[in-house]
Design a protein around this ligand. Structure first.
Ligand SMILES: Cc1ncc(C[n+]2csc(CCOP(=O)(O)OP(=O)(O)O)c2C)c(N)n1
Length: 384
């Protein structure tokens, strides 16, 4: 067998449930081998930020996951990777970068080991003889440490002959527990999450890091956010009242409804990350999954997840808080045209919520969305 096939085998034998990949020398051959070894043939992703966000979503929820990518893609996904370090993982999360030292298959020669190490990402660069055993070792270590691990392999080596994969790893025994101070990346928890990250890196018990207080939403939010949060409350309360496997948030004031007493949101990482996180959950069977995003974050990057939902036929439920502003950063304008343009490819999937401050209207729109079996975007219109 080829090394690509042996890596795919090693992932399967390590109980990796979700593997995502963007085409690139090394990643392509390995993902194709992974797909041949599985029951379904999931597509390649278009963007590494989505590929990493999905794998992280599945891993936080307790399912081992892996991402196959090239060095340039690692940089594209750097925000998602940094926030996977901040939020940590429950089950093993493995990034495999296929390095192309001469640039023969790349736009440029790029070395990312230093960048990865500077991020604090635990990094392995095994010798040829140790390439296969390094993978399950990194998965196991990722799981015990609660952090993603990176393995850098030579892209050219994937076509070499290799022995069959190493011994099987036992299945994960870890369980996801909702913990918003750990899993919701936002200014309120950034310092705490960094303390947890440092503890995990140093081998200290992260439970000894003093926990921050959880303010009540919306009453105890800072003045700058309270007025916006008051507007969002009926909709987020209606969402919280629904059964869910998981709800992911974005860099929106709406994500603060992760806090008590509403507790509508469970996970949040980078800007645009709510859709990929929820898709990762769905890819490992966690339904229903909702993604809550502001309009700026959605136009900036979140909409990349719509393509992924379409090509995987996943019935993602998106709650788009369309207020015409980037409130979290001071209220910069988000033109209606920008949102319309992004949604133009998905008009059959949009449910319009014209009165999102009315609880009954919110419940009705969410009922309609929950009743569909395909991608649906509830567009909550807060604009004047
Ligand atoms: C990559 C990146 N660029 C910029 C930011 C800064 N940022 C944080 S929130 C935000 C805007 C969010 O606006 P929106 O999604 O409309 O949500 P709202 O605050 O209006 O609820 C921006 C630009 C960021 N977090 N990440």
């Amino acid at each position: 067998m080829t090394l690509a096939e042996a890596i795919a085998d090693a992932l399967h034998h390590s109980h990796v449930r979700l593997t995502t990949a963007v085409p690139g020398h090394g990643a392509t051959q390995t993902y194709e081998a992974w797909r041949r070894g599985g029951a379904s043939a999931p597509p390649f992703s278009f963007h590494e930020e989505v590929a990493v966000g999905m794998a992280h979503g599945a891993a936080v929820l307790g399912h081992r996951s892996a991402v196959l990518l090239k060095a340039h893609g690692f940089l594209k996904a750097a925000n998602a990777i940094a926030d996977s370090l901040a939020a940590g993982t429950t089950a093993g999360l493995l990034l495999v970068v296929f390095h192309d030292p001469t640039g023969a298959h790349s736009d440029s020669v790029l070395e990312i080991e230093g960048t990865a190490r500077d991020l604090g990402l635990p990094t392995h660069r095994p010798e040829a003889a140790d390439r296969l055993s390094a993978l399950p070792r990194a998965v196991r270590r990722s799981e015990t440490q609660g952090l993603p691990h990176l393995v850098i392999l030579s892209a050219d080596a994937v076509t070499e002959q290799a022995p069959s994969g190493p011994d099987a790893l036992s299945p994960p025994t870890v369980d996801y527990e909702r913990d918003v101070a750990r899993h919701v990346c936002c200014p309120l928890f950034a310092e705490y999450q960094h303390g947890v990250f440092e503890a995990r890196l140093d081998g200290r018990d992260p439970d000894t890091v003093p926990r921050p207080a959880l303010p009540q939403v919306p009453d105890e939010l800072p003045d700058a956010h309270r007025a916006v949060a008051n507007q969002y409350e009926p909709l987020l309360q209606a969402l919280s009242d629904r059964p869910r496997a998981v709800t992911t948030g974005d860099t929106t004031v709406g994500t603060l409804f992760a806090l008590p007493p509403v507790e509508a949101v469970d996970l949040c990482t980078y800007m645009g990350g709510s859709l990929p996180l929820a898709l990762g959950a769905q890819a490992v069977g966690k339904e229903p999954a909702w993604a809550v995003t502001g309009d700026f974050g959605f136009v900036a990057a979140g909409h990349l997840g719509l393509l992924e939902a379409q090509q995987r036929s996943l019935p993602l439920r998106v709650l788009l808080l369309d207020n015409g502003r980037a409130h979290a950063t001071g209220g910069q304008s988000v033109p209606r045209d920008a949102v319309d343009t992004v949604l133009a490819g998905y008009t059959d999937h949009v449910v319009s919520l014209d009165d999102p401050t009315e609880p009954a209207a919110c419940r009705e729109a969410l009922d309609e969305a929950a009743g569909r079996d395909d991608l649906v975007i509830v567009r909550a219109r807060y604009r004047e």
